[in-house]
Design a protein around this ligand. Structure first.
Ligand SMILES: [Cu+2]
Length: 109
């Protein structure tokens, strides 16, 4: 192998190793406010791997708890936030464990 050819091979290997890093999508954080006994937005679209931060603005404690068990903020007091990672594709319906009539959905695809 001549010196020129060896350099071409090395450049090719470097490009191949760098490409996945360039094409990988950075995870996005989304925000859901919990206010007046409602999730806002109650219907949120995200990408798999994104995170969602729930912030409780109410005096009452709340949770953001997936029906499928894929995420749960735990109990949030007024002013507290909880961040969860959405690791699986699909529509994840969620509710508040303190007030089960409070509902929302996170759609990951
Ligand atoms: Cu609640």
């Amino acid at each position: 192998m001549t010196p020129v050819n060896r350099r071409s091979v090395l450049l090719g290997l470097t490009a191949a190793a760098t490409l996945p890093a360039l094409t990988a999508r950075a995870a996005t954080n989304h925000n859901v406010a919990i206010q007046s006994m409602k999730f806002a937005p109650a219907d949120l679209r995200v990408a798999v791997g994104d995170t969602v931060t729930f912030t409780n603005m109410d005096s009452a404690p709340h949770t953001g708890s997936a029906k499928d068990g894929s995420f749960d903020t735990g109990r949030l007091s007024k002013g507290q936030s909880g961040t969860v990672k959405i690791g699986a594709a699909g529509d994840h319906a969620y509710f508040c464990k303190v007030h089960p009539n409070m509902k929302g959905v996170i759609r990951a695809g």
